[in-house]
Design a binder for this molecule. Structure first.
Ligand SMILES: NC(=O)c1ccc[n+]([C@@H]2O[C@H](COP(=O)([O-])OP(=O)(O)OC[C@H]3O[C@@H](n4cnc5c(N)ncnc54)[C@H](OP(=O)(O)O)[C@@H]3O)[C@@H](O)[C@H]2O)c1
Length: 188
């Protein structure tokens, strides 16, 4: 079981994924992950996208031949978040989510509701699992790019491309860019 090298490093393929399997719920993917969501739509995935801003959600489907449904809500409002998840229907094959740490209640709800399906979580480079972390969720960590003796954060395009690749790989862990050496982590 080897690891790939290059921009995406990933190990332990766990979930074979295919667009015909069912709806993918995408939470918080209308910003820097809009490109990832659009690519999944272009590939024929059925997407149910959840975020606050309806116009950003609607923009995800512009020009796409894929099937997009949306639900606008604040994931800190757990009743509203649950209703937004309900609107995905019952045939859900995976959930991809970028949820800030303030939204831990929403993350816990995802684990409770979708314990038996593929859960793929996007996390920042500073993320470290705790004893309470659900080890069955897949993790895609966003890192940075090293340029000689300097470094920079990933662009939205790089983030979207890397998260898309990590999601469809089914791999349990992936890093977009690099997270080491720590001393080269961009300061701003
Ligand atoms: N390692 C890295 O390179 C790294 C890591 C993390 C972040 N960043 C950078 O930091 C920037 C800011 O990050 P960001 O998190 O603001 O990214 P973002 O992807 O632009 O926005 C967050 C996403 O979550 C949704 N969202 C936010 N709060 C929500 C809530 N309470 N309820 C429901 N949906 C919510 C947003 O849509 P709505 O606003 O419509 O709700 C959007 O879809 C990014 O542009 C990125 O460049 C870099």
């Amino acid at each position: 079981m080897g690891c790939q090298t290059g921009r995406i490093r990933s190990c332990m393929s766990a979930y074979p994924l295919h667009p015909e399997q069912g709806t993918v719920i995408c939470v918080g993917t209308s910003g820097m992950l809009a490109g990832c969501t659009r690519k999944l739509l272009d590939e024929g995935w059925r997407i149910h996208a959840i975020a606050r801003s309806q116009h950003k959600l609607d923009a995800l489907g512009a020009g796409s031949s894929g099937q997009l449904t949306t639900a606008s809500c604040d994931y800190h409002d757990l009743d509203a978040f649950e209703r937004a998840l309900d609107r995905a229907g019952t045939h859900v094959s995976a959930i991809l989510y970028w949820i800030h740490s303030s939204g831990q209640g929403a993350i816990d709800m995802i684990h409770r509701r979708y314990a038996s399906i593929d859960r793929c979580r996007v996390v920042a480079s500073s993320y470290e699992p705790t004893q309470d972390s659900d080890v069955s969720e897949r993790i895609v960590k966003l890192g940075f790019v090293i340029l000689g003796a300097r470094s920079r954060w990933l662009t939205h395009e790089e983030i979207s491309e890397g998260v898309h690749r990590a999601f469809i790989s089914g791999d349990a862990k992936a890093v977009v860019g690099v997270v080491e050496p720590l001393e080269l982590r961009p300061q701003s």
